[in-house]
Design a protein around this ligand. Sequence first.
Ligand SMILES: [Zn+2]
Length: 272
Amino acid sequence: MIKNSMYIIISYFICCIIFTPIFIKHGRKKYLKDKGVKYKRINDLNNDNEFEKKIFKYTVFVNVETKKKLDNINLLEIALNSFDNNEGNVKEKYYSFLEENKRYNSYVEEFNNIMDKDITYKDDIVIGTALFKDVTKFKEYELKKCRKLLKKFKYKFLLRIYATYDSPKRKKHWVKEKTFDINDISLFPIILNQRTEYQKSKKYQREIMTDSLRYDVLKRDKYKCVICGASASDGAKLEVDHIIPISKGGQTTIDNLQTLCMSCNRGKSNKE
Ligand SMILES: [Zn+2]
């Protein structure tokens, strides 16, 4: 008999040891849901802000003719150009990614605002002393639980360049690849913008005046000065001239170039 009561008492204590923390845990949670002002605000904020888990991945495939070309390939350059040309809508997708990122950032800001705000709870609000000793303990608990509610940004943006070279008869296959993530891609508009600025520069416009372009202009103008009609066989010295001078913002493009003889060109320069 005594032995039986002993078992009952021991079982009771064991149950208490096992179940008390569970009841306390459950009680605290329920209490937080009912009374936690911060907790409620965070939950409302979360309900208003959904962030989809998305992956945008675009692959640019490039096949080159020689192994040497593959060895020297500049994958960043290809990525920049694909971005600039908006291949696979990559540019638009990037800007919609930025929008989504902006939305997420303002969510985080709002989240932090709520977290930082001090909420006054009256001491008597803490009814269950077994649950929380005092208001400070409740606040700590609330903060801890709220922190876990911060949503994550699960939107990935990737641009992959996949360059290959196949040896004749496809006996061997070489690959060079690189995936650019959002940190890399966020630099693209900056680099491209600087490139455009440079291309507008006078230095660049002078640099791209190549012999082959001169040849094309002379050929198009039938090897004659477009003003007086003199040709090299007449003893005229022909020059390729910028219609709108580089100094005035003219570009080195075939449309802005013309064939002039030296004397017409000097005459034109004097007028400018
Ligand atoms: Zn002429």
